[in-house]
Design a protein around this ligand. Sequence first.
Ligand code: PLP
Length: 384
Amino acid sequence: MSISRNIPFCIPHFPEEDIPGILDRLREPLCSGLLTQGSNVREFEERFANYVGTKYGVALNSCTAALHIALECIGVGKGDEVIVPSNTFVATANAALYCGASPVFAEIDPQTFNINPQDIRNKITPKTKAIIPVHIAGQPCDMEPIMEIAREYNLYVIEDAAHAHGSVYKGQKCGSFGIANCFSFYPTKVMAGAEGGIITTDDEEIAGKARRLRNVGRGGMGPLEITEIGYNYRMNELQAVLCLHQFDNLAKLLEKRNKIAEWYTARLKDIDGIRPPYIGDNVSCSYYAYIIKVNSVNRDELRDKLGQQGIGTSIMFHPVHLQPIYRKLFGYKEGMLPLTEEVSRKVLSLPIYPKMSEDDVDYVVSTLKKEMHNAARHQTGRGK
Ligand SMILES: Cc1ncc(COP(=O)(O)O)c(C=O)c1O
């Protein structure tokens, strides 16, 4: 079969006309030799934290690293429990394991696919130390009840805001609710820094400890400077230059992602068997991903058909508790989180990236409609 179009799942935003400016900015670290943790990293930390509305930003080489040291900074350790959704990327849950703690999985809200505050309450035990809400696809979690539960049980909240650059919940930016919060600058993300992460926090002690932990535990520049067992989680200057470029364009990138989502929703809302994303009241979504729920036909077959016609898609997410290593370590099985499992069989993330045109959206939707129709006919045929 010939592929008439190629619409990948995602393309990072580095337009040709911006490349000379980026290369110019790279000149200084390349010539000075100050290739890591220099002035570009510091500028990025300050500007990003200021944008999110926190006092401090600690830039790192990934969001995985950010989640790990955010938990370490609040003292999560052996024997503790951390409540996380299973509908997330595995890094969210792994962070608890890195600290010797156990991730405890909570169910999702079936409308938003984010962690369900009521089920967080059900999962609290005397060992619970923290909650990690994940703003899936940039759709803010219901932070009011989550913060209330945290206050009631004296728990820490660490937001996993890997998808939520610029997302807003009731007038407040995601990444400013928890004691320490984590963003990703992986190439597919709203801001693509090649690799990268940042912790945003108002807490001076946490910011200081995170700075030491990212830099192999260095507390100063003397011979007796190692104050803790740290890691090499530093962000380098080249990553920071890319992050600054993305940050300078963030308003534009978010506007375009929202426009694409609007195009999709207008075309998908009346298609039987497809549920466009549900966006709650009083929030704004970064639209890191545009996740539909495919109710009437086999999602995997539909995905294959779209792929054959040049349309890249993704699945957010395969539940963490059913990943082979989690089954092996903890004995988890199907049936443990029925809502999460049901949704994971039906969700499909459609292409969304700033360069996408309305015509591209038309192609995705018309192909989707055609394949839904074919699959439904095929299913009726099979039933006879
Ligand atoms: C929800 C979530 N948390 C954390 C991460 C980890 O981010 P990174 O790749 O920057 O380590 C990702 C990456 O895809 C993610 O989707």
